[in-house]
Write a protein that binds this ligand. Structure first.
Ligand SMILES: Cc1cc2nc3c(=O)[nH]c(=O)nc-3n(C[C@H](O)[C@H](O)[C@H](O)COP(=O)(O)OP(=O)(O)OC[C@H]3O[C@@H](n4cnc5c(N)ncnc54)[C@H](O)[C@@H]3O)c2cc1C
Length: 412
């Protein structure tokens, strides 16, 4: 099928790698070029803040653990991987991509999976040695190499990445502080009551979690020695990891005149404002049927499944991508899974005993489930998700009753 056509994918991360795979699985027989700025084959990022910080794998062995496919897979599937080379220009009218090495590549269809980069913190001292951000496998390896027993680590940002790093650093024997500007951790993602449970859990495991703080400066002379807070106090730290969110890599799309608004604007098929250019993954801002509004999702599942669906659309399918939102985070020995959109709810139903560290929380609006959290209770996620997606109303007593299997409720 279409043997004389060329599809170019810019961004060889999770979404880009899965897109190339999905194109071949769909039967596209033409040329596929996968262009990536990082000098690696595509890999998955979730372990970078978790097991790769904890274990002393090293860069090569770490990459081996997280790669999407082994290196030979690309040649076997005739995926022309151009690694270590950024795409620097896009001419949408001429349908060409310019690369940093001077090459210009023409395409019939283009998929942008350029992902995101870390948001930086503009405070004095942010450039000192010992101050790190985490996005790439090199970042993970550098952070790991700087943390050992007794290292004082300050994590700025109490979102998923910051809290995961905190848990991993504790496992390495570090003394860890987490400094969060809001009055609770994971404030954009879970209910205040769930944040409160996690705050306690981190403190119980030795993390000095400070909320509602502001950062005045990172102190040090060459290397970081601590963080000066807005109230003048200093949190000592040799290692500072900043995890305050990410920014979508929209620049080449924007310069090419594509619609951009908190990411590259796409329709439910993943098509941008240009009919032959598509986008997926962390960079794409797509209508979401479940929430009824546009979302730019920053999750593994989205990078995996949205990219595959959009890649099939490049090949000729006409498939709307629908995502009811699923994301997980591992902090210390705690697995948190979340589905749905916890934006507005009128009650929470707790299922299981929070003091025992294994439970499920349903977020209800008008009797309907709009979001679910499972804590060390991942086996309830699938039926809970089915129940949420059914749109049905459930009895509060039945939801809270652990003697009633969720699968039974889901199928009932
Ligand atoms: C440390 C960490 C832990 C995470 N943990 C979880 C988790 O537990 N659960 C979960 O659901 N999600 C997690 N995520 C999020 C998940 O990894 C991302 O949503 C996913 O990686 C997004 O994939 P992507 O391909 O869209 O973007 P990316 O993975 O960012 O890949 C984009 C690629 O494009 C490249 N690129 C950018 N611009 C250009 C250009 N102009 N030319 C060429 N190449 C370019 C980039 O260098 C990068 O390699 C985590 C992320 C991180 C960083």
């Amino acid at each position: 099928m279409s043997a004389d056509r060329t599809f170019v994918i810019v961004g060889a991360g999770h979404a880009g790698g899965r897109a190339a795979q999905a194109m071949r699985q769909y039967g596209f027989d033409g040329r596929i070029l996968l262009i990536g700025k990082e000098p690696h084959i595509p890999y998955e990022r979730p372990p970078l803040s978790k097991e790769l910080i904890v274990t002393d794998a090293g860069l090569e062995a770490g990459l081996e653990k997280v790669r999407l496919h082994e290196a030979a897979w690309y040649a076997e599937n005739r995926i022309e991987l151009i690694a270590g080379t950024a795409a620097t220009a896009l001419d949408a009218a001429a349908k060409t991509v310019g690369l940093a090495d001077g090459r210009t590549i023409g395409f019939d269809r283009l998929m942008l999976t350029t992902g995101a980069r870390v948001r930086t913190l503009p405070v004095p001292g942010a450039g000192l040695d010992g101050v790190f951000y985490l996005r790439t496998i090199e970042d993970s390896e550098t952070i790991r190499a700087h943390i050992s027993a007794g290292t004082r680590v300050a994590v700025i940002g109490g979102g998923f990445i910051g809290l995961e790093i905190a848990g991993s650093a504790v496992k390495r024997g570090a003394e860890v502080a987490v400094l969060e500007a809001a009055d609770r951790p994971m404030g954009r993602s879970v209910a205040p009551e769930v944040s409160e449970w996690f705050a306690r859990m981190h403190r119980d495991r030795g993390v000095d979690l400070r909320l509602g703080i502001s950062i005045a400066a990172i102190e040090g002379n060459g290397s970081a020695t601590g963080i000066r807070l807005g109230d003048g106090s200093v949190v000592p730290a040799e290692v500072v990891v900043i995890g305050i969110g990410i920014l979508p890599n929209v620049e080449i799309a924007q310069a090419a005149g594509l619609a951009v608004d908190n990411g590259i604007v796409v329709d439910d098929r993943g098509r941008t404002s240009h009919p032959d250019i598509y986008a997926a993954g962390d960079v794409a801002n797509q209508p979401n049927a479940f929430t009824g509004r546009r979302l730019r999702l920053e999750s593994y599942q989205n990078a995996q499944d949205q990219a595959a669906a959009v890649a099939r659309n490049l090949c000729g399918a006409d498939e709307a991508y629908e995502d009811s939102l699923w994301v997980w985070s591992d902090q210390h020995d705690v697995n948190l899974q979340m589905t749905g959109a916890p934006e507005a709810w009128d009650s929470l139903v707790w299922r299981g005993d929070p003091d025992e560290g294994r439970f499920t929380v349903f977020y209800l609006a008008g009797g309907r489930i709009v979001a679910v959290n499972t804590v060390n209770n991942g086996r309830e996620m699938r039926p809970a998700r089915m129940m949420m997606e059914s749109g049905k109303a459930f009895e509060v007593d039945a939801l809270a009753d652990t003697s009633v299997k969720l699968l039974k409720l889901a199928r009932g």
